[in-house]
Design a protein around this ligand. Structure first.
Ligand SMILES: [Ca+2]
Length: 155
């Protein structure tokens, strides 16, 4: 494979399906058959399947891309995924305290690949100080300012 990128950012690679994604799905329909077995599935089925297969997805992605490709997940919390080089957390200061974010990032660093990369996304003014403080304290952790895009309305 020829490519000009050194890595992939996996948005919404969270421990569970994020609530806003489930809401977007169920606003469109609550009758879905995501495993195509002819039997309707529930949101709980989808959640269990996602939790079971998400680690398999990152493992298979790593196997396909090789060790030289940087994989970062926008994790929304603890992933402890050994296939990743790092994770990003949104809204440190709003959703997470600086201490909670430090713990989540350090857990991922302990099990993840080298080079380690962590990212804090600033979404609110109250995130600036704790996110920049965390980036100064922890090697390999950076921060950026994220622009929010609202989900499109359901059809
Ligand atoms: Ca089904």
């Amino acid at each position: 494979m020829t490519w000009q990128w050194d890595g992939i950012f996996l948005d919404n690679c969270t421990p569970t399906i994020p609530g806003h994604i489930l809401k977007a799905i169920t606003l469109q329909t609550e009758e879905f058959d995501f495993d195509n077995d002819g039997v309707l599935d529930t949101v709980e089925d989808a959640q269990r399947s996602y939790e079971t297969w998400r680690p398999y997805f990152t493992r298979r992605l790593r196997e396909e891309l090789g060790d030289g490709v940087i994989l970062i997940a926008n994790s929304g919390g603890v992933l402890d995924d050994p296939q990743l080089n790092g994770i990003s957390l949104e809204a440190i200061g709003t959703l997470w305290t600086e201490e909670e974010a430090t713990d989540i990032l350090e857990r991922q660093r302990a099990v993840g690949r080298s080079p380690w990369l962590g990212i804090g996304w600033v979404e609110n003014a109250t995130d600036i100080d704790p996110t920049s403080s965390l980036a100064r304290r922890l090697d390999g952790v950076y921060y950026g300012v994220k622009r929010q895009f609202p989900l499109p309305p359901p059809r």
